[in-house]
Unconditional design. Structure first.
Length: 253
């Protein structure tokens, strides 16, 4: 009797161990009984029927998926390479197992094709300057496509846009020309403003008797410091009136 009871107890213990499943907080257990889906269980300690129930654990955490670099021809016929990262999670474990054979592989392939499709419809300037708009568009397309699989795409980020070397040089030259254009405009605006101020100053000086003479005296130290041997400057009218020749002409008149 003892020889039979011992193996029976061992079989019972093994049966009990295989019937108990521990499901973590971030996991769910999809249970099939004789091939038929009976539901999703967990988290906690779950009791299943060995040899009858088949279980598959599904993680509910956010998955970070790297999308490999894709060769893309943009709408303005520029060949470039684009890669991205996709964040998604399983919201319905039953559909993720039943509706698609391998939801990870399917989501990865869909992300690659969607990335090529969306970036191929955009121009290079959009890829470089409007990534947020493209990210949202790719996320919306992926989220709608994976919804029947019980997948929720939470975010998509385009990481790098590879540009050919010749095009990089052309963009650099364009940026340099744009900076020079802005510098010329700023300089012209400064000269325009300076000319207005000089005109206002000339008007004020001309309205005051001896104004130009006082300004000339203030400018003489600056002129003297300049290199050169000969310095010529106009003689103010006020000084000409003090000369004998000017007084004789006035008398003759």
């Amino acid at each position: 009797m003892g020889q039979i009871l011992g193996p029976l107890i061992l079989v019972a213990i093994l049966f009990l161990i295989s019937a108990l499943k521990v499901v973590r907080e971030y996991e769910r257990l999809v249970v099939f009984r004789l091939g038929r889906l009976i539901g999703t269980k967990g988290p906690g300690l779950i009791l299943v029927i060995p040899l009858i129930d088949r279980t598959i654990k599904v993680s509910m955490r956010v998955v970070t998926m790297d999308v490999p670099s894709q060769e893309v021809i943009t709408r303005d016929n520029v060949t470039t390479s684009v890669n991205a990262v996709v964040y998604y999670r399983v919201v319905d474990p039953s559909r993720a197992i039943v509706n698609v054979e391998d939801y990870r592989f399917a989501t990865a392939q869909l992300a690659q094709t969607t990335l090529r499709s969306v970036t191929g419809q955009a121009e290079l300037d959009e890829l470089l300057a409007e990534r947020d708009k493209l990210n949202q568009l790719i996320q919306r397309i992926l989220d709608e496509a994976t919804d029947p699989w019980g997948i929720k795409v939470t975010a998509v980020e385009i990481k790098d846009v590879g540009i050919p070397e010749q095009l990089q040089k052309a963009i650099s030259r364009q940026a340099t020309a744009e900076r020079e254009r802005r510098a010329i405009i700023v300089q012209a605006e400064g000269e325009k403003e300076a000319a207005k101020k000089l005109a206002e100053a000339a008007q004020i000086l001309s309205s005051q008797e001896g104004g130009f003479y006082v300004r000339l005296l203030r400018a003489l130290p600056e002129v003297v410091n300049q290199p050169g041997k000969v310095i010529a400057f106009p003689l103010p009218v006020e000084l000409r009136q003090l000369l004998p020749e000017f007084k004789e002409k006035q008398k003759e008149q």
